[in-house]
Design a protein around this ligand. Structure first.
Ligand SMILES: *[C@@H]1O[C@H](CO)[C@@H](O)[C@H](O)[C@H]1NC(C)=O
Ligand SMILES: *[C@@H]1O[C@H](CO)[C@@H](O)[C@H](O)[C@H]1NC(C)=O
Ligand SMILES: *[C@@H]1O[C@H](CO)[C@@H](O)[C@H](O)[C@H]1NC(C)=O
Ligand SMILES: *[C@@H]1O[C@H](CO)[C@@H](O)[C@H](O)[C@H]1NC(C)=O
Length: 188
């Protein structure tokens, strides 16, 4: 009898702990445009982010696939949540989202449809602590965007997060199109 009560107590405590460490699954946690998590009363950290945001290439081709990696700088750092999206610029205006993520593992990520564009943004599937995430991004099939970069929000915990950290800028590689133009010049 006493054992039963103790077991029940343990079960309740475990559930409570899980509720505490439970982290929003991504579908509702962020705003698509500002990329800010809603964690009142806390605001984004202004210190240098302890993460790197890298791309597999400095250029991209229309319809091409780029691997994007978010990783902690120090292996003793971990993060619980993130939001990742490709963006471009049109003058001073930021254009988002650009392209979409592909081959998204549903067990690891949540695909978001920002601005009604399917899989244009990814976030975590759960609050499991991570040191690294890697996703594949497919560029738009047209050449409407020149420079594209990734913007990421990283959530270490409820109180500490970095918003809109930028990757390097990838330039559009239209060399195949240039090659065709060159051949056309030669032929004419
Ligand atoms: C995320 O959580 C919300 C509410 O907690 C739920 O309605 C939604 O289905 C979840 N989404 C995923 C992809 O698990
Ligand atoms: C990594 O973080 C740990 C704990 O915060 C710290 O003691 C250590 O000096 C850090 N290492 C580097 C290389 O920054
Ligand atoms: C898709 O992702 C799985 C793992 O999630 C990986 O094994 C597979 O190679 C990926 N496919 C491509 C085309 O990269
Ligand atoms: C979006 O990603 C999901 C996997 O999370 C996939 O099943 C679906 O086909 C993708 N949609 C598009 C339009 O790529």
């Amino acid at each position: 009898m006493r054992l039963g009560v103790a077991a029940l107590l343990v079960a309740v405590c475990v559930c409570r702990v899980q509720q505490c460490v439970c982290f929003p699954n991504g579908s509702v946690a962020f705003s698509c445009g500002s990329m800010a998590p809603s964690h009142p009363p806390y605001t984004a950290s202004t210190s240098s982010p302890p993460f790197t945001l890298s791309t597999s290439s400095a250029t991209y081709r229309p319809g091409g696939v780029i691997t994007v990696t978010v990783e902690v700088k120090n292996s003793s750092t971990e993060f619980q949540g993130f939001l990742l999206q490709a963006r471009s610029r049109k003058g001073s205006e930021e254009v988002w989202p650009v392209g979409s993520f592909t081959n998204i593992s549903r067990s690891l990520f949540t695909a978001l449809h920002c601005n009604n564009m399917q899989n244009s943004t990814v976030s975590q599937a759960s609050g499991v602590k991570k040191k690294k995430v890697q996703v594949m991004w497919e560029a738009p099939s047209n050449s409407n965007y020149r420079d594209v970069y990734f913007s990421a929000t990283l959530v270490q915990d409820y109180t500490t997060f970095w918003v809109q950290m930028k990757s390097r800028t990838m330039t559009l590689d239209s060399s195949s199109a240039a090659g065709v133009r060159f051949m056309y010049l030669l032929m004419c």
